[in-house]
Design a binder for this molecule. Sequence first.
Ligand code: NDP
Length: 454
Amino acid sequence: MNSPAPFDFDFFVIGAGSGGVRAARMAAGFGAKVGIAEERYFGGTCVNVGCIPKKLFVYGSRVPHDHRVAEGYGWQGPAPSLDWPTLIANKNTEISRLNGVYRRLLEGAGCPILEDRAVLVDAHTVAVAGRHYTARHLLVATGGWPFVPDIPGKEHAITSNEAFFLPELPRRAVVVGGGYIAVEFAGILQGLGAEVSQIYRGDLFLRGFDQETREFLAGQMRHKGVDLRFGQDIARIEKRADGLHLTLRDGSTLACDVVLYATGRRPNTADLGLEQCGVQCDKTGAIVVDDTYRTNVPSIFAVGDVTNRVNLTPVALAEGMAVARRLFGGKETQVDYDYIPTAIFSQPPVGTVGYSEEEAQKRFGAIKVFTSTFTPLRYTVSAEKERSFMKMIVSASDDRVVGMHMCGEEAGEIMQGFAVAMRAGATKQQFDTTIGIHPSAAEEFVTMREPTRT
Ligand code: NDP
C-alpha cells in the first residue's frame, strides 16, 4: 500500500487577486499540485474595485470632453446626457466576464478553487469552511482594504469600494486624499458632471511624485473646474435632510451628496491566523518578507499589497511569478524594482518613470532638466483645451536619462515604451539620435535640445 502524500497540496494560495492567481497558475504550470481560496471575488481589487472599473469610468467620463472637442471639428448637435444605470450595468457586465476569465484560468490550470475564507492554522495548514488542508508551501496574497481615518461621522463617507456601485451620480462630491485614487476619482466625477472638491491635508497632492508635474496637473484640474483645497482636512461629517455637511479643520463648511475617502489602503492581514503561526507583520499590519517573498516562517510566503511595498498590479504579478518560478520552476528570479513605470489616470493623466527632479538632485548631484509645455495638435482647433507637460532628467556625469515625467493625453501609453529605454540605460544622446514619429506628442521626448536648467 502506498503511504499517504505528506501534504494535500504542494502550494496553497490564499487570495485570488492579481498576485495569487498568477502564482497559482504558474506553479500549476510547473507541475505543482495547487489549491486556492477566495472569499470575495476573482481578480481581486484590480479587476473588481480598482484598475479595471476605474479605467472604464475614466473612459466614460471623457465623453463630454470629447464632445466639446468634436464641436471644434464641426460636429454639431446636443451634448450627450449620461444614463448612470447603463454605465454601472455595462461596467458590471465586463467585470463579471473578467471574473469568469479568472475562474476558468484557474480551473484550466487544474487548481481546485475553494470559495470561502481561508485562515492559517500552522506553518503548513489552512482552514477553509471548517476543513483543514495541508500544503508544503503557503502563499498569502490577500491584498489591501481602504482605510478611513477616525473622524466623527466617518460612517457617512464612502471609499473607492462603494464608489463603483453608487445608485446615482452625485451632484456634489467631495474627495478626500491626495494619492492616486483621490486624484483619479476627482477627475472621473468631474468629467461625468458632478461638482467636485478635493481636499488634501498637505500643500500639494501626489506627494513623492515630481513637484513640477504635480503643479502642472493641479493647474489643469483647476482649469477644468475641480475645486482643489490643499492644506485642509475634514474634522466632522454630519448627515442632514439636504445632504452631507462637512466641517473642515479651519471651521469652514462644505455641503455635498457624497464624500469619498481615498486616504490610503491597509494590508488585509486581520484575523488571518498570522499571529498564531508566528508570521511577523510590521506596524501597518503588512507581512514582512525577504527578497524571495518568504516570511519569517519558512513555508509561508506573501506577495502584493499585503506586503505594502510597491502596491501596483504589475508588481504583484511579477512577485507571484518569482515565487512560483523559484519554488517549482527551479529558477532564482528577482523582481527588479528600479525604474518601475506608473501612470495616474487623472485628467489629464500622468505617466512617470525614474527619479523626480528633487530625488535626482540628491542622488546624482549634477543633472540637466529638459521640459516642454504645449497644446497638443488635437486641441488647436477646438475651444476645449488640455495642455501637456513633459520633462526629462539627465544625469550630467554619464548622460543617462534617469527620470521621465509627463502630464498629458496618453501619458500612460507613452511612458511604457520609454520605460524600456530607461531600464536599458539609454543616454540623452541616444534619445536625440532617435527619429521622432510625426506628428505625435511623444516625439517631443526625442527633440528636447536645450536644457531648461542644469
Ligand atoms: P495613497 O497611499 O497613494 O494616498 C493616500 C493619500 O491619503 C495621501 O495623499 C495621504 O496624505 C492621504 N492620507 C493618508 N492618511 C490620511 C489621514 N489620516 N487623513 C487625511 N489624509 C490622509 O493611497 P490611495 O488610496 O490613493 O491608493 C492606494 C494604493 O493603490 C496606491 O499606493 C497605489 O499604489 C495603488 N493605486 C495605483 C493606481 C495606479 O497605478 N494608477 C491607481 C489607484 C491606486 P499624505 O500624502 O500627506 O500622506
